[in-house]
Write a protein that binds this ligand. Structure first.
Ligand code: URA
Length: 241
């Protein structure tokens, strides 16, 4: 692939802008300045740097973020900045979007990709990827509330009950809850339906992909598609860095 095409595919601006970046000496390959936009390079596995920042080539972008509170997942946020503002410009330029949404005040594991088919597959109601939420409640948890979350509760927009795939009480005011669907405000509405209230909400796992403990709020890292494939099949392990 031509070097200018590599940069273009990774979100570094128009073809002309990419060629200018290269010709201007801003791009390095293996520690040397690569200033020929026509240079033929093997894209797969390539790590190039632009203005000193290393950038691995990914045919499709797939990243995992530790979403902080105070950010909206919407492309057109209304009251808070968008989670997109936490990503570097090339990722935004190539059109990555969050896979599903977390509320503005929810923290934790959020995936992004520019692969529309993948977004469709993972957000489809037929694809039951388990997601684990860590919840702090306003009122002490009662056995009857846990039983109802597991048995199923009816929310106001659907006569069919929704149930938690698993519930683990951690303390009197904390629990972890596994859901295999993703309705609007589902955790908050389920807790409200059993007579409690969510005080804080954090997503700790998506499929078998756990939020890496060393990824601080607001930070993100690349994932490889095979990590996601594995994530929808086996027990949770932190994503490798
Ligand atoms: N359920 C909610 O209520 N909010 C979230 O952000 C995610 C799941």
């Amino acid at each position: 692939m031509r070097l200018s095409q590599v940069l273009f595919s990774q979100g570094f601006g128009s073809r002309r802008a990419c060629a200018a970046l290269i010709a201007g000496g801003a791009v390095q390959l293996g520690g040397r300045i690569a200033d020929d936009p026509e240079e033929d390079v093997a894209a797969e596995g390539l790590v190039f740097s632009v203005q000193g920042r290393a950038w691995p080539y990914h045919a499709r972008a797939l990243v995992l973020m530790h979403k902080p509170a105070g950010y909206e997942c919407s492309q057109k946020p209304r009251h808070h900045p968008s989670v997109m503002s936490l990503l570097p410009p090339p990722l935004r330029e190539r059109g990555v979007q969050p896979i599903g949404r977390l509320d503005e005040d929810t923290t934790g594991l959020l995936l992004f990709t520019d692969d529309g088919a993948l977004i469709h597959r993972l957000t489809s109601p037929r694809h039951h990827v388990p997601k684990v939420y860590e919840i702090e409640t306003r009122h002490p948890l009662e056995d009857a509330q846990i039983e109802r979350l597991l048995a199923g509760v009816v929310l106001d927009d659907d006569p069919l009950p929704v149930r938690a795939a698993a519930v683990q009480r951690r303390t009197s005011f904390t629990l972890s809850l596994t859901l295999t669907e993703g309705k609007y405000h589902q955790v908050k509405r389920m807790l409200a339906a059993v007579g409690n209230r969510v005080e804080s909400l954090h997503r700790s796992a998506f499929g078998a992909l756990a939020l890496p403990p060393d990824l601080a709020p607001g930070e993100w890292r690349w994932l490889y598609p095979r990590q996601l494939d594995a994530a929808t099949a086996s027990p949770a392990t932190p994503a490798a860095g």
